[in-house]
Design a protein around this ligand. Structure first.
Ligand code: GLC
Length: 514
């Protein structure tokens, strides 16, 4: 445990002054400490907490969801929807310049007192609050993966609650997402309940991926998180602090991002050690399939595309394919099936299956494009294969929005053979662009893509985690591709499947009503 005596020195070292340098153009509130009124006149207030949200900062599917679900909910005139995010140094400057400084205060991170500034921006009907502390969030490169991630998100989780109090925006529902904001639920239920306004708040905790739990050594329990001894039972798991476990135990409702995944995580194969915790909280567990923002992913208007197109006129898609082939130095041919993978290159995405099957696939007349980054072993493997099969296979190691849209629109078949997939959005995005998904029947892939039978279905699917089964359905897709009439029918079904939030947001509304 840290001794009191160290307090002053550490505060001096790490406490930050208001971020005058990052956001020079922003007008500040008067020095009297009087806060601007944020008007809330709706029936129900929802505050989302998350570690990333499009379009401000995105590294994965969580950002898509936090960029689109709040927006969809805000269309309901009875809901007042806010999102609180960290003010990362790498949020686009064009946005940052528009943020308005609201207030600043100090936040307790256990025995530390850390500066928190709050900035505000309204976007698509949603109120966004950004928590500023340059020491924690102005870092080079990635937004996670630092030695002190526990402390960074302990700070954020607490600062978010303090922002709610400071701005008097107490919600009816606090909706936290993944381990980075799990500590907010622990603070809310375990430390802030003495305050009646906090006590009234109900909480939803959404698991986007149970693999990442926020596990830290027990030495962080008091020293970093400042949790009281009385809640040790909730927080500790297998001799460590486990934030996701704590949130599951303490929240009012747990949700996850597809009905199939909600069932799967009761099972040790999927639960990464938390199956007993999930099972004993199963009475408050719900699975709601994510949607996507169909305005953002729209082949008719998407400015990233070489040419726009629609389900009724796919001629633009042929242009997208030819231009993509040119761009990637592949032979420009309309008749060759182009198979795409756009994915984080990590093992749960099913890349071991691809690794075993790719060479036998490449002996056929196909083109394969891989876009993503992640584990070095996969990066090296796919780069090596592309080198061996140049002119047929291209790998781009990157997370690149522009190129991803060009691939989503230019390719014919989208391969997503995940071993585990809580929801998966890429299969929905690919569908929107008429690129036919081939998926494994797990998690949200199982709930969103049904096998094409000639009379129904919107893709090609296989069940067992087996490379031969995968190869078999890829070949089924290729056969369909070669029959123009069949392919037109498949594409039509794929493109007209409704993956918008219009239905699913309603499921969240029902959950909030509970
Ligand atoms: C995580 C999951 C992914 C899901 C996304 C959004 O990234 O791995 O399956 O689609 O969160 O919920």
């Amino acid at each position: 445990m840290a001794k009191k005596a160290t307090e002053t020195t550490t505060v001096k070292k790490t406490t930050k002054k208001p971020a005058a340098k990052v956001l020079p153009a922003i007008e500040k509130t008067s020095k009297t400490g009087k806060l601007p009124e944020i008007k809330v006149v709706k029936d129900k207030k929802i505050v989302f907490l998350g570690s990333e949200a499009a379009p401000f900062i995105a590294t994965g599917g969580l950002a898509d969801v936090l960029g689109s679900l709040p927006k969809a909910l805000a269309q309901n005139e009875h809901l007042d929807v806010s999102v609180i995010l960290p003010l990362y140094g790498n949020i686009n400057k064009d946005f940052k310049e528009k943020f308005k400084f609201l207030t600043n205060f100090n936040v307790s991170v256990s025995w530390r007192l850390q500066y928190a500034g709050v900035y505000y921006y309204e976007h698509q009907g949603v109120k966004f609050y950004f928590i500023d502390n340059e020491y924690y969030f102005k870092r080079e490169g990635n937004i996670y993966g630092f030695y002190d991630d526990g402390e960074r998100f302990a700070f954020f989780s607490r600062a978010a609650l303090d922002t709610i109090a400071r701005l008097n925006i107490y919600p009816d529902i606090l909706h936290c997402n993944d381990w980075q904001t799990a500590a907010s639920i622990v603070y809310l239920k375990g430390m802030y309940y003495g305050d009646e306004k906090f006590r009234k708040i109900k909480s939803v905790f959404t698991i986007h991926n149970i693999e990442y739990q926020g596990i830290f050594g027990m030495e962080t329990y008091g020293d970093v998180f400042g949790f009281p001894e009385s809640i040790n039972n909730f927080v500790e798991f297998n001799g460590s602090v486990n934030l996701m476990k704590a949130a599951i135990e303490m929240t009012d409702i747990v949700s996850t991002v597809s009905p199939t995944y909600a069932e799967e995580i009761k099972n040790s194969y999927f639960a990464h050690g938390l199956e007993s915790i999930i099972n004993r909280n199963a009475n408050k567990l719900y699975g709601i399939l994510n949607g996507i923002d169909i305005d953002y992913y729209n082949p008719e208007t998407d400015a990233y595309l070489f040419k726009n197109y629609s389900v009724s006129d796919l001629s633009g898609k042929a242009v997208c394919k030819a231009e993509l082939q040119k761009m990637l130095n592949l032979p420009v041919r309309a008749d060759v099936p182009m198979i795409a993978i756009i994915s984080r290159l990590v093992s749960h995405k099913g890349l071991d299956l691809v690794r075993s099957a790719i060479e036998s696939l490449l002996t056929q007349d196909v083109q394969i494009v891989i876009l993503g980054k992640g584990e070095i072993a996969y990066e090296n493997f796919f780069e090596h294969i592309s080198h061996c099969y140049s002119g047929k296979c291209v790998t781009v190691i990157a997370f690149n929005q522009d190129l991803s849209r060009k691939i989503y629109s230019g390719a014919d078949i989208f391969l997503m053979p995940s071993k585990m997939e809580p929801c998966g959005l890429s299969q929905m995005i690919a569908s929107r662009y008429g690129t036919v998904p081939v998926v494994r029947e797990t998690g949200g892939l199982n709930d969103s893509i049904k096998a094409y039978t000639g009379v129904k279905g919107n893709g090609f699917t296989f069940h067992d985690y087996n490379a031969h089964d995968m190869l078999y359905v890829i070949n089924e897709a290729i056969r369909a591709y070669k029959d123009e009439k069949v392919w037109k029918d498949v594409q039509n079904r794929v493109m007209t499947t409704d993956f918008s939030w219009s239905v699913q947001a309603g499921e969240y509304e029902k959950l909030y009503d509970k």
